[in-house]
Structures are given as structure tokens and as C-alpha cells.
Design a protein around this ligand. Structure first.
Ligand code: GAR
Length: 214
């Protein structure tokens, strides 16, 4: 099996990255994780990746005068690992249009909400404030509009009466760890593919393959 070569961009603790690395330990998983790149030198993700034997690199955004210069070096660093696809796993920098366009169709993000609801930050607090009964996470292709690209897969979790931001975030994060490896496998095997502005899931077990329920 030719595996999809995937680089992961991180900024923090890296639990989603760890879920992808774990999934890729299975010889039947269609993805090889070729590198983890962080914009923060102190990101916990870096130690986890090194421990797992995955190549790491740091491109510290504070060393660059503007977003274009940072993204240019980020791009050069990523390309040195020759990935087919780049996954954003808790990567907390906005990317420039030039970067996104050069990786169009090959840039995948996990977002902690059921898009198109709750784009942006503080998704769990806003879900609680809105009183939604169902919350969750989304794996999607990255396009120029933030958190708006074609959806590959989604996981739903209940919002419970006594939830606070921390309990809800923990429930969603657990779902992310299940969803992201599953969505990436769908993409890597071609069972999920772009059709215009939407991702279609090949009909075998669809739509179940792209959904995770409470
Ligand atoms: C995850 O919940 C991810 O969905 C979110 O950051 C967290 C990273 O956790 N990403 C975003 O909010 C992107 N805008 P992790 O470092 O443990 O994977």
C-alpha cells in the first residue's frame, strides 16, 4: 500500500497530533506521518512527536516580521519533508492566502465545533451560551474563508445540563481524537473526495463513515 505522506502543524499540547500518530502505527492505516512542525518552540506536541520517533521542526512566528515571511519559511520547512497533505492539529496561526492557495485541496483542519456553527475561537463557551443541545467537531479542508472549507467528517456530542466549558471541551476533544484519524483515512483512501465545493463520501457505508455520534 502506498501511504499518504502527512505533515502535522501544531501550536500546543498536541493531543490530536498524538491521535494521528497512534493511528499511523497500525500497518493498515493508509497514512504515514512524516513530520510535526510547530510555531511554538515550547509546544508539548514536540516532545510527544519526538518520543514517537517522528521528525520535528520549529518555525517560531516571533522571529519573522510579518505573516508572509513566517508562512514562506513554514512552507519551505514543510516541503523539505515532502508531504502529500498537511494537517492542522491545534495550529493557532491564521495562514496567508498565498500559503492556503499553494496547498489547496491538501490542507486539512480539525475545528472544535459543528461547522458552520461556531467558527473561530471560544467555541465551547459560545455553544454553552447559545444553549445548543448538540455540539461537536469537524474535520474540513482549509480554504481562504476561515473555518468554512468543505467538510470531510463530523462528530456530535451532547451538551449536558451541568456542563461547563471544561467538561464540554473534554467531551469534544475525545470525539476529535476519534474523528480526525477516521477522516484522514477517508481522504487518504479516496473514500472522501472533493466534488465542487463539497466533499462526497463514497457510498459503501455512507454517510455513516463520515459521522461519529454520541
Ligand atoms: C483542539 O480542540 C482543536 O480542535 C483546536 O485546538 C485544540 C488543540 O488541542 N483547534 C482550533 O481551535 C483551531 N482553530 P490539541 O493540541 O490537544 O490537539
Amino acid at each position: 500500500m502506498t501511504k499518504l505522506r502527512v505533515a502535522i502543524l501544531v501550536s500546543g499540547r498536541g493531543s490530536n497530533m498524538a491521535a494521528l500518530i497512534d493511528a499511523a502505527l497500525d500497518p493498515d492505516y493508509p497514512v504515514e506521518i512524516v513530520a510535526v512542525v510547530s510555531n511554538r518552540p515550547g509546544a508539548g506536541a514536540l516532545a510527544i512527536a519526538s518520543q514517537a520517533g517522528v521528525a520535528t521542526a520549529v518555525v517560531d512566528h516571533r522571529s519573522f516580521p510579518n505573516r508572509e515571511a513566517f508562512d514562506s519559511e513554514l512552507d519551505r520547512t514543510i516541503r523539505s519533508f515532502e508531504p502529500d497533505v498537511v494537517c492542522l492539529a491545534g495550529f493557532m496561526r491564521l495562514l496567508t492566502a498565498g500559503f492556503i492557495e499553494s496547498w489547496a485541496g491538501r490542507l486539512i483542519n480539525v475545528h472544535p465545533a459543528l461547522l458552520p456553527s461556531f467558527k473561530g475561537l471560544d467555541t465551547h463557551a459560545r455553544a454553552l451560551a447559545a444553549g445548543v443541545k448538540l455540539h461537536g467537531c469537524t474535520v474540513h479542508l482549509v480554504t481562504l474563508d476561515v473555518d468554512s472549507g468543505p467538510i470531510i467528517a463530523q462528530a456530535a456530542v451532547p451538551v449536558l445540563t451541568d456542563d461547563d466549558e471544561a467538561t464540554l471541551a473534554a467531551r469534544v476533544l475525545k470525539a476529535e481524537h476519534e474523528l480526525f484519524p477516521r477522516a484522514l483515512a477517508l481522504w487518504a483512501t479516496g473514500r472522501a473526495r472533493l466534488d465542487g465545493d463539497r466533499v462526497l463520501i463514497k457510498d459503501e457505508n455512507a454517510p455513516g463513515e463520515a459521522l461519529v455520534w454520541p
